[in-house]
Design a protein around this ligand. Structure first.
Ligand SMILES: N[C@@H](CCC(=O)N[C@@H](CS)C(=O)NCC(=O)O)C(=O)O
Length: 151
């Protein structure tokens, strides 16, 4: 088990983890943008700008564009959270900087592309492939963690 944390690898991880977490956080303002432009809200108290009770009722609906962004956000949560946890443990295993950078860049690139493919949307299998590539990077780091540490 390599001892200590390589500051270069940790710095690289911090950078890429921050980029991808910020990207995930931006899905909230993007959802808000779609809610306001589509006039589609989830809670009755959010429909204050409605002029009539009918308007209010119309605003309390499910919009396909809003739901698409929400699913994209949910998918980020399912994939970026494991990346941050496993990636942090991976930095403790003393990987080469170049190998670590490859994992971090592939993951972040795949998640950026996944968002574009989901929100636009692009034809499948573009989103599916992006998801698989990101999962592959995280699984590869998990393999290193499990094969480096002792049970
Ligand atoms: N929770 C996901 C698990 C599988 C997954 O993440 N698939 C990727 C590639 S097809 C995806 O983008 N799924 C769409 C989604 O999570 O909304 C799902 O329900 O689809």
């Amino acid at each position: 088990m390599p001892s200590g944390i390589d500051s270069e690898v940790f710095l690289a991880f911090s950078t890429y983890a921050t980029i991808v977490v910020l990207k995930m956080m931006l899905m909230s303002p993007m959802t808000a943008y779609f809610r306001f432009t589509r006039k589609c809200f989830a809670n009755v108290e959010d429909t204050g700008m409605a002029k009539t009770p009918e308007d209010k009722k119309r605003m309390l609906r499910v919009d396909p564009d809003v739901e698409r962004v929400r699913r994209c956000h949910q998918n980020d949560l399912e994939n970026i959270t494991p990346f941050v946890v496993i990636g942090l443990l991976y930095t403790l295993t003393g990987p080469d900087l170049s190998t670590a950078l490859l994992h971090f860049r592939v993951f972040v690139g795949s998640r950026l592309f996944h968002t574009v493919a989901y929100v636009l949307p692009l034809r499948q299998p573009s989103r599916g492939l992006a998801w698989m590539v990101g999962m592959g990077a995280t699984f590869s780091m998990a393999y290193r963690v499990l094969s480096t540490t002792h049970l």
